[in-house]
Design a protein around this ligand. Structure first.
Ligand code: UD1
Ligand code: UDP
Length: 368
């Protein structure tokens, strides 16, 4: 038996690790322990409930308006006891949040091996995304096994001196999660979504939360969206607003009273995937949604200066729109008025895998 402890704390980590935890639990030769840091509380619990996951340990660290330093220190301190008690053979972390980095560091301090899922994404700009770029570089240099979603991610790791035999290209587990959820029939329960006319209206789904966008960038992004809603009467904006109070203040101020703009609570993953699938267009600064959109064939305008997901750009489904009001407004308008430009982006492809990433990771772990 090997003892595998999975640790995550935020919504995107939970979505991408849930199918892996379920796959680990099915393996008789693996003892699977789940620890959540609860860097996010409500948004994490939504995912745990959807996938029927009950954590063995819950550090419950979230504080309103928490700083990166608070998250880092509380995760490291919280994990001391858990690592002592569980004594795992390997700890699995995901991606680039502060939970990810702090957990990898805590495991290293306890001389426990680390497996990094979604390894090798890079922008090479340490302030963008902030602090995620540095979180994933540091996690990569602590990790003993690297599960890279794509060949390009593998090459990024090789360039940093990570030995080839420690890297396994698996595809992204987000596709495993997406396929599990997308194949189930679903009717919206949310009143706003139920009332939307998806046939006659063009729905633009918006999400925005990145730390480096808080402030002026977010004001630009939301102003562009507000002006589009004013101009196009057949467009409805749906924005499930992230629970970060700093995001909520800007969203309420600029979009709150806008006609044809619906600010709603964060959706659980199943309604959210169905919303994306029925939308005309997606505007977001999320990382995960850039991976989901090519599978769904939905055009995505990414409101960031760069992306660590060039495969989605190459697939043609995703374009970088930057963080300037005029550029964002212009790019949304083009997709609303030029059919050819729209059709060129609305193509489905699978640069992030075939939905079997978790099986590949489990197979590798069994060889430990
Ligand atoms: C975090 C990650 C980011 C990831 C994002 C996904 C870090 C530093 N940031 O950013 O990489 O892309 O999650 O969403 O690791 N809040 C709640 N309830 C929740 C979640 C958040 O009230 O369920 C509020 C709290 O006031 C919290 C604040 O949002 O203090 C910010 O949460 P935090 O995890 O620090 O940052 P995110 O911007 O969510
Ligand atoms: N998502 C969700 N409900 C929402 C908004 C997003 O389930 O209301 C999903 C989305 O499909 C993606 C993930 O949450 O899988 C993205 O999370 P987030 O934007 O918080 O983080 P990021 O991807 O930027 O790290």
């Amino acid at each position: 038996m090997i003892k595998v402890m999975t640790v995550f704390g935020t919504r995107p980590e939970a979505i991408k690790m849930a199918p892996l935890v379920l796959a680990l639990k099915k393996e008789p030769s693996i003892q699977c322990v789940l620890c959540v840091t609860a860097q996010h509380r409500e948004m994490l619990d939504q995912v745990l409930e959807l996938f029927d996951l009950i954590p063995d340990y819950d550090l419950n660290i979230m504080k309103p308006n928490q700083t990166i330093g608070m998250i880092t220190s509380n995760v490291i301190l919280g994990l001391e006891e858990v690592l002592e008690e569980v004594k795992p053979d390997i700890v699995l972390v995901h991606g680039d949040t502060t939970t990810t980095f702090a957990t990898a560091l805590a495991a290293f301090y306890h001389r426990v091996k680390v497996g990094h899922v979604e390894a090798g994404l890079r922008t090479y700009d340490k302030y963008s995304p902030f602090p995620e770029e540095v979180n994933r570089v540091l996690t990569g240099h602590i990790a003993d096994l690297h599960f890279a979603p794509t060949e390009r991610n593998r090459e990024n790791l090789l360039k940093e001196g990570i030995p080839d035999e420690k890297i396994i290209v698996t595809g992204n587990t987000v596709i495993d999660a997406l396929l599990t959820v997308a194949e189930k029939p679903y009717e919206f329960e949310d009143e706003t979504l139920k009332a939307l006319d998806f046939e006659k209206k063009r729905i633009i789904t918006v999400t925005c939360h990145r730390r480096e966008n808080l402030g002026e960038n977010m004001e630009h992004i939301f102003s562009a969206i507000r002006d589009i809603a004013r101009e196009f009467e057949d467009v409805e904006i749906v924005y499930p607003v992230h629970l970060n109070p700093k995001v909520r203040e800007i969203a309420d101020r600029i979009l709150g009273s806008g006609e044809r703009i619906h600010l709603i609570e964060p959706l659980t993953y199943q309604p959210f995937v169905n919303l994306m699938a029925k939308s005309y267009l997606i505007v977001t600064d999320s990382g995960g949604m850039q991976e989901e959109a090519p599978s769904l064939g939905k055009p995505v305008l990414v409101v960031r200066k760069e992306t660590e997901r060039p495969e989605a750009l190459e697939a043609g489904t995703v374009k970088l729109a930057g963080v300037e009001r005029d550029t964002i407004y212009g790019m949304i308008k083009t997709l609303l008025t030029e059919q050819e430009a729209y059709d060129e982006m609305a193509r489905s492809s699978n640069p992030y895998g075939d939905g079997a990433a978790c099986d590949r990771i489990v197979k590798q772990l069994k060889q430990l």
